[in-house]
Design a protein around this ligand. Structure first.
Ligand SMILES: Cc1cc2nc3c(=O)[nH]c(=O)nc-3n(C[C@H](O)[C@H](O)[C@H](O)COP(=O)(O)OP(=O)(O)OC[C@H]3O[C@@H](n4cnc5c(N)ncnc54)[C@H](O)[C@@H]3O)c2cc1C
Length: 374
């Protein structure tokens, strides 16, 4: 049994969300302890492509979520800069832009509709012809019929972000306990004052933040409903020589996205599957991803196949995150970020930092109170 400890904030879950909230809180001088049942960053964060695309990923009618994403994208450059300075590690933030491409007439209709929806929501994207797309990205298939350019969108490398967060958290005086599964909460009256770990030890804390990703609803820790479910995503990693990337920008078609990184890594993603906690990678999943990526960028057939991964996105009933006070004294949540958890990390950390400090969280976060599902 490990020793009991005491903190101002105990964080359950060492994915990108829990680590970022912990780091920001530790920088304010609070004693922060993260408990992670395995290794940090091996949940959904490990699979994620790192696309920071609030506009081209926006769903029709989800204006509040797009606004939250935009706010977070605005925060990303300073967040990455602080993190790189405090950890001494690079995180791969790059404002490379997204090009959404149509590979036939039907897809072109979809892209045009997407452009109209974005314009109505006041979001930025420029409609291009097929030849304009190919001028920007010569590796695109000649069938490219048109596209939508969002030059302001960006990417980051989630695995590098996790490595940097771990170091920055420790540098700020925070504690990360690995192989430490939270199995219960320390209750005091109606409130929560810490977590109980599987080995029987306790982290006593003024506040607890639940950031357990897709497992947040399953842990049985929260005394209030947390309707978070796993949504499986398979993703393929390829490698290109760094000076021979198949594209400069992130390329998205109706069925696939391709994210080229300066390091030579090329991420092709992602399936969306409702299969509970299953994380098997399947021949069908890989076939679909590579076929669709090849339709858009034929050169990818030449690249080295490095890895196939499946991760579990933390889905919520309205696809928006659950951020903030749960209604139980001392218990906060940051989960349900679904397909935008990397994008939403800075705004989530800002909101939790504000709540812990007793100052108002950013306005864009208000619609995402976990209490909307009570
Ligand atoms: C294939 C795929 C591609 C994606 N691409 C993108 C993208 O391009 N851009 C984007 O913005 N988002 C993307 N996402 C979504 C993003 O990955 C998630 O929203 C984000 O990683 C969620 O982070 P998290 O920290 O909440 O969860 P996780 O990364 O899953 O971390 C949760 C952690 O909590 C731990 N935990 C759970 N329960 C306990 C417990 N009881 N005790 C201790 N520890 C516990 C787990 O072990 C895990 O490490 C993608 C997701 C997938 C699957």
């Amino acid at each position: 049994m490990s020793a009991d400890s005491r903190a101002d904030l105990a964080v359950v879950g060492g994915g990108i969300v829990g680590l970022a909230c912990a780091w920001r809180a530790a920088r304010t001088g609070l004693r922060v302890e993260v408990v992670e049942r395995g290794e940090p960053g091996r949940g959904a964060t490990h699979a994620a492509a790192g696309i920071l695309a609030p506009d081209t990923e926006a769903e029709p009618g989800a204006a509040t979520l797009a606004a939250l994403g935009r706010r977070s994208l605005e925060l990303w450059p300073a967040f990455a800069e602080d993190l790189e300075r405090e950890s001494g590690r690079e995180v791969g933030f790059a404002r490379c832009g997204t090009l959404v491409v149509a590979l036939d007439r039907d897809e072109l209709d979809v892209v045009r509709r997407e452009h109209d929806v974005l314009a109505r929501m006041g979001l930025e994207a420029q409609l291009l012809s097929g030849s304009e797309c190919r001028k920007l990205e010569p590796g695109l298939a000649p069938v490219c019929a048109g596209g939508l350019l969002a030059a302001h969108e960006a990417q980051v490398d989630p695995r590098r972000v996790v490595a940097a967060l771990v170091d920055a958290l420790v540098a700020a005086g925070g504690v990360l306990r690995t192989d430490a599964e939270a199995v219960g909460l320390v209750r005091e009256g109606d409130g929560v004052r810490g977590v109980v770990l599987a080995d029987g030890s306790r982290v006593a804390a003024e506040r607890v933040l639940l950031a357990g990703g897709a497992w947040s609803g399953r842990n049985g820790l929260a005394p209030v409903p947390l309707p978070v479910r796993p949504v499986k995503g398979q993703v393929v990693r390829l490698r290109a020589p760094a000076d021979e990337l198949p594209a400069e920008r992130m390329i998205r078609s109706e069925h696939v996205y391709v994210v080229p990184r300066a390091s030579g890594e090329v991420v092709v993603g992602a399936t969306t599957e409702e299969r509970g906690f299953d994380t098997a990678v399947t021949a069908g999943g890989v076939l679909e991803l590579l076929r669709e990526a090849y339709r858009a960028l034929p050169e990818i057939a030449e690249l080295e196949l490095v890895e196939v991964t499946a991760g579990l996105r933390p889905g919520s009933p309205d696809n928006g995150p659950l951020l903030g006070e749960t209604g139980v004294d001392g218990l906060l949540v940051a989960s349900g970020h679904y397909r935008n958890g990397i994008l939403l990390t800075p705004v989530t950390a800002e909101a939790i930092e504000a709540l812990v400090a007793g100052t108002p969280p950013p306005e864009a976060v208000e619609p995402f109170s976990p209490r909307r599902f009570a």
